[in-house]
Design a protein around this ligand. Structure first.
Ligand SMILES: [Zn+2]
Length: 338
């Protein structure tokens, strides 16, 4: 097979499964919404905003990230934010997306849950016109209480048909997965799909991954790269086809390392690894850029790029018929490119 090019990666039909809509807020839109909502950011150029995007760990990133959200005030803002992401995703040949949103990051600022969900859901419907099917995953902020998560879970009841899955994100320090065990059990019983973040190099990373797999019974793990330290967990994840949504450029921002060798090794061991952008506006890298960065770092072959794309649909929460259809699109693309 010939060498992997940037064009080959960009053109590949793919699914994105780990993207925080709030993390796709580009400086241009941030400025526009600040103006619309009369919010003084203390900055009035794209360059000034970009200068604040300096992070050396997860906490310093989260500080800037939550601050940026204040410009999101009503359903139109949420709609526009999501549509900007879908328009960019279209250029990367994303055919299917499961997108995260964090209601607590907005309700705690006084924005009604309805504004958030109505805006985002409308965008998922409009994305169809761009050739993208999209579903919402509602995430809880793990650094808030289990009671707050439950309160938001109840708020979402009226919108259950609009929400495909439940996730867990934000600061993992001292906020283990089991803090939310009861809630995720309930969510599973209510028919939601389940995923959880297990961030890179956290205190008790392995313990957390173990809890997510064995006790919570999640179908996917977001990041979860430290699983490589425990062969029995790797074997379990391979056998049970657990999806792992990796984000190499995000890893570099918060840990100084793409974790490319670990990602490649997990892929070689048969883990269903997928590559995603996480918070693309903040890390200035959308899905194909992440795949290309990884491909360069560990010299991925064409076959491995194809495998990553296949994995993204195989661990997506879609029907078998849909998976078959998307995999056929990959086969057709590869045939044309060869
Ligand atoms: Zn994430």
């Amino acid at each position: 097979m010939s060498k992997v090019t940037k064009e080959f990666i960009y053109g590949m039909p793919k699914a994105e499964l780990h993207i925080h809509l709030e993390g796709s807020l580009e400086p241009e839109l941030k400025l526009k919404l600040a103006k619309k909502n009369n919010i003084d950011l203390g900055m009035d150029t794209v360059e000034a905003i970009k200068e604040t995007y300096q992070f050396d760990d997860l906490s310093s990133f989260l500080d800037v990230y939550y601050q940026g959200m204040e410009v999101l005030q009503d359903r139109d803002d949420f709609y526009n934010l999501a549509m900007e992401y879908f328009k960019t995703a279209q250029k990367h040949n994303v055919k299917y997306a499961e997108v995260f949103f964090d209601p607590q990051a907005h309700t705690t600022r006084g924005v009604a849950f309805e504004e958030v969900i109505e805006g985002y859901y409308k965008a998922t419907q409009a994305a169809k016109k761009l050739g993208i099917k999209a579903n919402l995953i509602m995430c809880f902020l793990r650094d808030m209480s289990a009671e707050s998560a439950l309160e938001h879970y109840q708020m979402a009841k009226a919108y259950q048909d609009w929400i495909l899955g439940i996730g867990l994100d934000s600061d993992e320090r001292d906020n283990p997965p089991l803090k939310f065990a009861e809630l995720f059990k309930m969510a599973k019983n209510d028919g939601y799909k389940i995923t959880m973040h297990c961030d890179i190099d956290q205190k008790d990373s392995i313990k957390h991954i173990e809890a997510v797999l064995y006790q919570i019974g999640a179908q996917r793990i977001d990041h979860g790269t430290n699983i490589i330290e425990d062969q029995s967990l790797v074997d379990y994840a391979v056998e049970n086809e657990i999806g792992f949504t990796k984000c190499p450029v995000s890893n570099r921002f918060v840990t100084g390392d793409l974790k490319s060798k670990e990602i490649k090794s997990l892929l070689d061991q048969g883990i269903k690894v997928t590559i995603n952008s996480d918070d693309p506006a903040y890390f200035q890298s959308y899905i194909s850029d992440d795949i290309y960065t990884l491909a360069q770092a560990v010299e991925l072959t064409k076959a491995e790029i194809i495998q990553l794309a296949k994995n993204s649909f195989e661990v997506a929460w879609i029907s078998e018929a849909e998976k078959k259809n998307y995999l056929a699109q990959i086969a057709k693309y590869v045939e044309k490119e060869d």
